[in-house]
Design a protein around this ligand. Structure first.
Ligand code: IPM
Ligand code: MG
Length: 373
């Protein structure tokens, strides 16, 4: 292992609600491991987000925490939300915390890999031969589209009935920058990008196609670009997922398709993600890492949640924010070996494997890290 100690890496940890704090605790142990072994040091600060911030400060994300996120090198995020805060007005919902972080940090490219670990090919709800060896990447646009478009809201009409409005809106520039991220990634993989939209019914989808083709023709002639309608893509993902390399799509379609892709891997509890901003001239970019699963209030506080998506999100941080591919592989290999040992949390349990707690999974990953480092 190279000694990469030295420059402090500022990481803001926002564990959030539900199972967030439990899975984050195990991930912090992995971060501390790097410190203790003098492999790399991290300056970790913890903050509140979502319901936890609402209870303490009355808002899902304070301006101070927002500023700390912008000033950090990377944010590690757990999960937000829970029944306790469900009846709050829309602007105060815990989810607004993560949406504000994404928007104000301008994290437009959301990388959601779906990788099937060999040991888990049987845990998928699909036949093992359909998913064994699967490695696809969804690049979801994250700061535009219907999530943020105006006009939006619920208005009362003259007859007293109500009308709800949300708007899908994309500029060429917004499409172009995320397509570039997808094409760049594809170059380091199998050089295939599939752009997914509803161009058959939405004008904005037609614009996505035009821009994707233009970007590819101008700068990525070595990348093969194809197009697919989003409904067909959902079907193809469960029919024959290995046909995909990189999928690039809008905010809403990416939200739906990434949950679908996650289940191919056996459990939503396995899927990490990275949300990246534009790279500056020095190559650095704002970034936030989070497991794709939510706060899972039904199992919160029981020490049964799967911490692997969060731990793998930290591995993505090592790779994309700190250029530490070797250390990232160390974490990913430790996870792979933990699974190969048959260690399972409840969500990925199989008939021939033993069930461990959240902490037990953390123990196993740490043990495997110790052996390899
Ligand atoms: C996700 C989640 C979020 C989203 C929610 C929590 C706002 O579903 O990250 O996929 O819809 O983007
Ligand atoms: Mg989602």
């Amino acid at each position: 292992m190279p000694q990469t100690r030295g420059s402090n890496r500022k990481v803001l940890v926002l564990a959030g609600d539900g199972i967030g704090p439990e899975i984050m605790r195990q991930t912090l142990r992995v971060i501390e491991f790097f410190d203790h072994r003098h492999i790399a040091s991290f300056e970790v600060t913890e903050g509140l987000v979502g319901g936890a911030a609402l209870d303490e400060h009355g808002v899902p994300l304070t301006d101070e925490t927002m500023a700390a996120a912008v000033a950090s090198d990377a944010v590690l995020f757990g999960a937000v939300g829970g029944a306790k805060w469900d009846s709050l007005p829309f602007e105060l919902r815990p989810e607004r915390g993560i949406l504000r972080l994404r928007k104000e940090m301008d994290l437009f490219a959301n990388l959601r890999p779906a990788v099937v670990f060999d040991a888990l090919a049987d845990a998928s709800s699909l036949k093992p031969e359909l998913v064994a060896g699967l490695d696809l990447m969804i690049v979801r646009e994250l700061t535009g589209g219907i999530y943020f478009g105006a006009p939006r809201g619920v208005e009362t009409l003259p007859d007293g009935s109500r009308r709800g409005v949300n708007t899908e809106v994309y500029t060429e520039a917004e499409i172009e920058r995320v397509v570039r991220v997808a094409c760049d990634l594809a170059r380091k993989r199998r050089a295939r990008v599939c752009e997914v939209d509803k161009a058959n019914v939405m004008e904005s989808g037609g614009l996505w196609r035009d821009v994707a083709q233009r970007v590819r023709d101008a700068d990525f002639r070595d990348v093969e670009l194809s197009f697919m309608y989003a409904d067909n893509c959902a079907m193809q993902l469960v029919r024959s997922p290995k046909q995909f390399d990189v999928i690039v799509t809008s905010n809403l379609f990416g939200d739906l398709l990434s949950d679908c892709a996650a289940m191919l891997t056996g459990s939503l509890g396995m899927l990490p993600s990275a949300s990246l901003g534009q790279a500056g001239t020095d190559g650095r970019r704002r970034a936030l890492y989070e497991p794709v699963h939510g706060s899972a209030p039904d199992i919160a506080g029981k020490d049964v949640a799967n911490p692997l998506a969060c731990i793998l999100s930290f591995a993505m941080m090592l790779r994309y924010s700190f250029d530490m591919a070797e250390e990232a592989a160390l974490v990913e290999d430790a996870v792979r070996r933990a699974l190969a040992l048959g260690v399972r949390t409840g969500d990925i349990i199989q008939s021939n494997t033993g069930r461990v707690s959240t902490r037990g999974m953390g123990d196993t990953v740490l043990r495997e890290l110790e052996k390899a480092a």
